[in-house]
Unconditional design. Structure first.
Lengths: 298, 242, 351
C-alpha cells in the first residue's frame, strides 16, 4: 500500500463523494423548506439520466449542454411533482406527506420501468469524458473532473444565490421560520418552488454525471443513491446545506476507502457499510458534523 | 377647534379565537385610529399574542371580523395582510437567526420596490447605528437588545402604515427597554400608526395615546392612556400600586 | 349482554369464521382459490403487525419487509430437509447439518430472529423521527438484501434458496392472522396502547410526563418485527423458494398502501385494506391478463395520492368495526386518538 494507491483512492473518493454531495444538497434544500424528504429525489436523478441516455447522448451533444439539459429536465420534473402532489398537502400531517412522497417515487420508478425495461442502458459519452488521464501515477477519468468542477461551481452559485438575491434569501428565511416570513409579506410558494427547482436540478445534474462516470444507467438506479444522499445529510448535519455537501464528500471517501483498504471479499458489503455508518452516526453524534438543531420555529 | 375625524386603521369586532381547544379570545372589540399609538395591556395568558396573531391572519378566528383600512381581511393569506402595510414584530423578536443583519433587513424590505430599498435601508440604519456595525453578523449572534433593534429596523424598512409590536420590552434589561421605547416614540413622531402589546404598563402608557386592557379573553377597560393609567384595577395589577 | 361483550363475541365469531373458511378451503377448493386465501391472510398479518408501529406509535417504519426476510431465511434454514443440506450448505457446521426443527418451532425461531434484529437496530434507529426515521428504516431493507446476497454459504446468494418444504396451509396462515389481530387489539385497548398513543400525539410531552419513550417504542417495534418474521416464515414455506429480490421495496410499498388506505391505527382498516388491495388487483390481473403488474402498481400510487388529498385518514381512520360504537375511551381507538389524525385539522398556528 503506497502513497500512489492512497492518492488514487482519495481522488476516487472525492469524485463519488461529489456526486453524493450534489444529491444530498438537493435533498436537504427541499427538506429544509418543507420538512419533507422527497423520496422521489432519486427518481428525478434517474429520469434525467435515462432520458439523456435515450434521447440526447447519442446525438453527440456538446457535454455542457447535455448537462444543462439534464438539469433542466430534473428541475422541471421536480416542479411538476411539487405542483401536482405536494402543494396540495401543505397542511397535511407528516405521515401523509411522507406517504405521498413514497407514492410519487413509486410512480416514477414504475413508470420508468414500464417505459424503458429494467435492463441497464449504455450512456454515450464524448471521448474527453471517458478517457483516463494520468497525473503522477494517479488516474482520473474525464467524467470525474467534470463532477468535481460541477460540485464546486454549483455550491458557489448556490451560496451566491441564497445570500445575494431576494428570492434566494427568502428561501432560507422561509426554511428557518415560516411564520415570521409571512409577517414580512413573503409568499412562501415562490421560495418553495425555487427550492424544489434548484434541488431537483442538482438531482438532474447528478443523473447525467452518473451516466458519464459509470457509462450506464438503469431505471433502478435512483433508489440506493437517494438513501446514500440521506446518509450524507445525516453525517453532515440535518438541516445544514454546507453540512449536506460535506457529508457527501465524507461519505464518498469513506465508501471508497472501505472498499479499497479491505480485502476484495468485503467489497459486496459496501452499502451495508454505508448504512452501518448511518446508524453509528446516529448513536454517537445525531446532529452530524455541522449539526443544526432539529427544532424549527413554525 | 375641531379636527377632521381620523380614519380607523384597525377595527376588531366580536373576535373569538381558540387555541388548541382553549378559548383565548371571547368577543374582543378594539379600534385603532390613524396616527395614534394604541397599547393593549394584559397579563400572561390574557390573549394578547393571540390577538396580534389573529390580526396578521396567522390564526383563524372562530367568529368576529377584522378590518384593516376598511377591508375585511378574513380570507387573506398572512403575507397579503402584511402587504397591506402591516409590519408585525412578533414576540421574542423573531429575527432570522441564521441570516445576517443585512439579509434580515433585505427580508424586511421584501415588498418594497427595488428603487426605494437602498434609501430606506440607509434611513433605518441611521436610527440604529449599532446595526451598521454588525452588518455581516449572524442575527443569532446578536445580543438581546441588538436583536430588538434589528427586529424593529426590519419592520420599519417595510415602510409600514401600521406597526404592530408584541411585547417589545420582554427579556430586555430595564435600560434597554427604555431605549426601545424611546425608539418607539421617535417612530410615533413620524406619523406611523402603532399598536403594541405589553406587560410593562408603565413604559407603555407613557408612549401610548389610547389603551385597552385585556383580561381573560375580553376587553376589561379602555380609554385614553391617562384615563386607563388612573384606573384602580390597572394601578393595582400593572403599576405595582397597592 | 353489554355492548363491549358484543364486540368480543363479534371478534370470536369472525375468528372462528376465518378458521372455518381456511379448513373448508383445505378440504375442497381449487388451487387458485386456496392460494388467494393464503396470500390474503399473509397480507393481513403483515399489515396488522405494521400498524402496531406505524399506526399506534406513529413511528413510520419502512423496514418491515426486512424483518420478514430475516424470519423467512431463519425458518427456512431450520426446516430445510436434512438430506439436501450437505449439498446446499456445504460449509455450514455439523450441528446445523443434523438439526431439523418442527414447523411451528421454526416459525417462532424466525419471528424471534426478526425481533432480535429489531432490538439491535432499534437503538440507533428510534432516535430518529418522522421522515428521517422512515428513510433510516428503508436502509434496513437494503442492508438485509445485501447481506442476503453476500452471505452465500448461508443464503445461497442472489439465486436464493429453493427446496423449502411447503408446509404452509391456509389454516396456519389464518391461525396466525387471528393471533396477530388479537394481540393488536389487546395492545390497542390496554394501558400500553394508551401510552403508545400518547407518544404518537406528543412525544415531547409524553417524555416530560415520565413515559419511558425508548422502552415503549422499542417494545412495539419488536413485537411488530416478530410477527413480520413469522409472516416471512409462512411465506417461505408457502412458495418453497426465497431470494433477496422477493423482499423488496415493491412489497414494502404494497403493504404501506394497504395500511394507509385501510386507515392508520385501525385494525379493522388493516384487515379490510389488506384483503381489498390484494384481491382487487388480483381480479384486475385475472381479467386483463398477465403483464399488468406495473400498471396496477402505477394505479396504486395514483390512488394513494388521491386518498391523501381527499380522504387523508384512509377508509376507517382510527375507528374500528364495533357494535359498541360509542366507545369513548381515551385510548388510541377512542376519541383522543381519533381527534388528531391526518390532515383533518389544520394546526391553528399555520395560516
Amino acid at each position: 500500500m503506497n502513497g500512489t494507491y492512497l492518492l488514487q483512492q482519495l481522488v476516487n473518493g472525492l469524485a463519488i463523494g461529489s456526486l453524493y454531495a450534489l444529491l444530498a444538497v438537493g435533498l436537504s434544500m427541499v427538506y429544509g423548506i418543507l420538512r419533507l424528504i422527497n423520496f422521489a429525489h432519486g427518481e428525478l436523478m434517474m429520469v434525467a439520466a435515462m432520458a439523456s441516455a435515450t434521447f440526447l447522448a447519442g446525438l453527440r451533444v456538446w457535454p455542457p449542454l447535455l448537462l444543462v439539459g439534464g438539469m433542466l429536465l430534473g428541475g422541471v420534473l421536480g416542479v411538476v411533482v411539487e405542483r401536482v402532489a405536494y402543494s396540495r398537502l401543505r397542511q397535511a400531517s407528516e405521515v401523509n406527506l411522507l406517504v405521498t412522497s413514497l407514492a410519487v417515487s413509486t410512480f416514477l420508478a414504475t413508470g420508468a420501468l414500464m417505459l424503458w425495461s429494467g435492463q441497464p442502458r449504455r450512456f454515450e459519452r464524448v471521448e474527453v469524458l471517458s478517457r483516463l488521464y494520468e497525473v503522477g501515477g494517479v488516474f482520473v477519468r474525464g467524467a470525474d473532473i467534470a463532477i468535481l468542477a460541477m460540485a464546486v461551481v454549483s455550491m458557489a452559485l448556490l451560496t451566491w444565490l441564497t445570500s445575494r438575491t431576494r428570492l434566494g434569501v427568502a428561501m432560507r428565511a422561509v426554511a428557518e421560520d415560516l411564520r415570521v416570513a409571512y409577517l414580512m409579506g413573503i409568499d412562501p410558494s415562490r421560495p418553495i418552488l425555487l427550492a424544489f427547482f434548484l434541488g431537483s436540478m442538482l438531482a438532474g445534474a447528478a443523473g447525467v454525471l452518473w451516466g458519464w462516470k459509470f457509462g450506464q444507467v438503469a431505471p433502478t438506479m435512483g433508489f440506493v443513491p437517494m438513501l446514500k444522499a440521506f446518509v450524507a445529510a445525516v453525517i453532515g448535519g440535518i438541516g445544514s446545506i454546507p453540512g449536506a455537501f460535506l457529508g457527501g464528500i465524507v461519505l464518498g471517501l469513506a465508501e471508497v476507502f472501505f472498499v479499497g483498504l479491505l480485502p476484495a471479499t468485503y467489497s459486496g458489503y459496501r452499502d451495508v457499510f454505508v448504512f452501518a455508518l448511518l446508524f453509528l452516526m446516529l448513536l454517537v453524534r445525531p446532529t452530524g458534523i455541522l449539526g443544526v438543531s432539529l427544532a424549527r420555529k413554525a | 377647534m375641531t379636527t377632521a375625524p381620523r380614519t380607523p386603521v384597525l377595527q376588531v369586532a366580536g373576535l373569538h379565537v381558540s387555541y388548541g381547544g382553549v378559548r383565548a379570545l371571547r368577543g374582543v372589540d378594539l379600534e385603532v385610529l390613524e396616527g395614534e399609538t394604541a397599547v393593549v395591556l394584559g397579563a400572561n395568558g390574557a390573549g394578547k399574542t393571540t390577538l396580534l396573531s389573529a390580526i396578521s391572519n396567522l390564526v383563524r378566528p372562530e367568529a368576529g371580523t377584522i378590518r384593516l383600512w376598511g377591508r375585511d381581511t378574513r380570507n387573506m393569506p398572512p403575507h397579503e395582510v402584511a402587504a397591506l402595510g402591516v409590519a408585525h414584530v412578533p414576540e421574542g423578536r423573531g429575527v432570522f437567526a441564521g441570516l445576517t443583519v443585512r439579509e434580515n433587513l433585505m427580508m424586511g424590505a421584501y415588498r418594497v420596490p427595488a428603487s426605494e430599498r437602498r434609501a430606506l435601508e440607509a434611513q433605518v440604519t441611521e436610527l440604529f447605528p449599532r446595526l451598521k456595525e454588525r452588518w455581516g453578523w449572524r442575527a443569532g449572534n446578536l445580543s438581546g437588545g441588538e436583536q430588538q433593534m434589528l427586529a424593529i429596523a426590519r419592520a420599519l424598512v417595510a415602510r409600514p402604515r401600521l406597526l404592530v409590536l408584541d411585547e417589545p420590552s420582554m427579556g430586555l434589561a430595564p435600560l434597554l427597554a427604555r431605549e426601545t421605547f424611546r425608539a418607539i416614540e421617535q417612530i410615533k413622531r413620524t406619523g406611523v400608526t402603532v399598536l403594541l402589546v405589553e406587560q410593562n404598563a408603565r413604559l407603555a402608557l407613557q408612549v401610548a395615546d389610547r389603551a385597552w386592557v385585556l383580561a381573560g379573553g375580553v376587553v376589561e377597560a379602555s380609554g385614553t392612556a391617562e384615563e386607563v393609567a388612573r384606573l384602580g384595577s390597572v394601578r393595582r395589577a400593572y403599576l405595582g400600586v397597592a | 349482554m353489554t355492548r363491549e361483550r358484543l364486540d368480543t363475541v363479534l371478534y370470536w365469531l369472525l375468528a372462528a369464521g376465518a378458521i372455518a373458511v381456511a379448513l373448508w378451503a383445505q378440504a375442497g377448493w381449487n388451487n387458485y382459490a386456496v392460494r388467494l386465501l393464503t396470500y390474503s391472510g399473509l397480507y393481513v398479518i403483515l399489515v396488522v403487525s405494521l400498524n402496531i408501529v406505524n399506526g399506534f406509535v406513529g413511528i413510520f417504519s419502512l423496514g418491515h419487509i426486512g424483518f420478514m426476510a430475516v424470519g423467512a431465511y431463519v425458518s427456512a434454514l431450520a426446516t430445510y430437509p436434512l438430506a439436501r443440506r450437505p449439498a446446499t450448505f456445504p460449509t455450514l457446521p455439523e450441528w446445523f447439518q443434523s438439526l431439523a426443527l418442527p414447523y411451528p418451532v421454526a416459525l417462532l425461531l424466525g419471528g424471534a430472529a426478526a425481533a432480535l434484529v429489531a432490538a439491535v437496530i432499534g437503538f440507533p434507529l428510534l432516535r430518529l423521527r418522522g421522515h428521517y426515521l422512515a428513510l433510516g428504516s428503508l436502509a434496513l431493507l437494503v442492508i438485509v438484501e445485501q447481506l442476503a446476497v453476500n452471505l452465500h454459504p448461508v443464503t445461497r446468494g442472489s439465486r436464493g434458496l429453493a427446496g423449502i418444504p411447503m408446509l404452509t396451509t391456509p389454516l396456519w396462515v389464518w391461525a396466525v392472522a387471528v393471533v396477530v389481530v388479537y394481540v393488536a387489539a389487546r395492545i390497542k385497548s390496554s394501558g400500553f396502547g394508551l401510552l403508545l398513543g400518547a407518544i404518537r400525539l406528543d412525544d415531547v410531552a409524553a417524555a416530560a410526563s415520565g413515559v419511558r419513550l425508548t422502552r415503549y417504542k422499542m417494545s412495539a417495534f419488536v413485537v411488530s418485527a416478530f410477527f413480520a418474521g413469522v409472516a416471512g416464515g409462512l411465506w417461505a414455506h408457502l412458495v418453497g423458494v426465497i431470494a433477496p429480490s422477493v423482499f423488496s421495496y415493491d412489497l414494502t410499498f404494497r403493504v404501506i398502501v394497504m395500511l394507509i388506505i385501510g386507515g392508520l391505527g385501525s385494525i379493522t382498516g388493516s384487515v379490510v385494506g389488506a384483503l381489498g388491495l390484494f384481491l382487487l388487483p388480483e381480479a384486475f390481473t385475472y381479467l386483463e391478463g398477465a403483464g399488468t403488474h406495473g400498471l396496477s402498481q402505477l394505479l396504486l400510487a395514483v390512488v394513494l395520492v388521491l386518498v391523501m388529498i381527499f380522504r387523508p385518514n384512509g377508509l376507517l381512520g382510527r375507528r374500528e368495526l364495533s357494535l359498541a360504537r360509542a366507545r369513548d375511551g381515551a385510548g388510541p381507538g377512542g376519541r383522543l386518538g381519533a381527534r388528531t389524525t391526518g390532515a383533518d385539522r389544520p394546526n391553528p398556528d399555520d395560516a
